[in-house]
Design a protein around this ligand. Sequence first.
Ligand SMILES: C[S@@+](CC[C@H](N)C(=O)[O-])C[C@H]1O[C@@H](n2cnc3c(N)ncnc32)[C@H](O)[C@@H]1O
Length: 185
Amino acid sequence: MSDRNNRVCPVEKADSLDSRIRRWLQNPKKILSPYIEVGMTVLDLGCGPGFFSIDMAQMVGNSGRVIASDLQEGMLQKLKDKIKGTELEKRIILHRCEENKIGVSENVDFVLLFYMVHEIPNIETFFNEIRTILKPNGQVLIVEPPFHVSKAAFEDTAKKAQDAGLTAIERPKVFLNKTVLLKKC
Ligand SMILES: C[S@@+](CC[C@H](N)C(=O)[O-])C[C@H]1O[C@@H](n2cnc3c(N)ncnc32)[C@H](O)[C@@H]1O
């Protein structure tokens, strides 16, 4: 059974997601380099202030795209301000989703769900939509925090993702965190 906590992270806490110490502990390129290649279209869902989106945009290069999507306009605005006037403005598409609908129409090679699944109210519907957004052989990386999300809740999440038709292929190491990498086979 799940003990998931659906409270959405407020925009006032956005700066804590963007700190130097976090970059040292959770270097985005180090975490994501096995999954992201030049030219890919990737989705950073629940992107917050874009801690991962910016590195993802550097990794996909000029020929790739990052869809940075969040429920809260305030989070998207923070990312918009950060990339304004830079070359990344053309590579990052900002997308506002709804609580129960992601609503991304493009198919993507990779989806990042970092510290966000525990905020989703209906994960069955959520993972079904993720599967339809993914291209064949596309991958999803789920990372959830160590204390806030229990082992049981995380395993429930991993099971629901698999019930939706995704295949768990690896448990990558991200210091202290709970992770699973899934594929649309
Ligand atoms: C804890 S923050 C993590 C942000 C970012 N992934 C990171 O690791 O820095 C969770 C984010 O998920 C977003 N979120 C919550 N529910 C969502 C939903 N149903 N759809 C999209 N984003 C959502 C919140 O607005 C918030 O920005």
